[in-house]
Design a protein around this ligand. Sequence first.
Ligand code: DGT
Length: 141
Amino acid sequence: MSLKTTTTQKKYNVWIPVVAGLMHRQGKVLVGQRPEGASLPKTWEFPGGKIELGESPEEALARELKEELGIEAEIGALKFAATHAYGKTGILFLFFDVKYWKGQIKPQQHLDLRWVSPKELSSLELPEANTKFLSQILEVL
Ligand code: DGT
């Protein structure tokens, strides 16, 4: 059987898979402020980033946490998945629990890092997607 190409090809959206860690310490969660030159500058995000080709989501998150925070993290359960559209680009977010890690957390890329309570999290400037999911994020913290 041969595949037939037609002039009216189906248009596929572009999707970017992003993993983020919900890092817990004494009832607080870690957020980092995105650098000035990055997209969504100065917003407070959960540490993480894009999954690279060939990586599992957990491998991607462990790599990002090493790059961004300088730690060796044990990636826990998938807590929450959601999608958001930035213009024509879709982002698939996968949020994982991170309760254990080795090493001292130091900002390698963020302007600042903060441990915040769920209440404080609600008062920070977050990326649009996180504001949209905030109630679901708060439920799983
Ligand atoms: P790169 O290599 O510059 O593409 O950067 P990566 O792979 O570290 O990825 P990043 O953090 O720039 O991309 C994640 C995308 O997801 C970016 O468009 C910001 C968006 N985003 C929205 N909320 C969050 C969040 O809570 N955490 C992270 N890490 N990204 C978020």
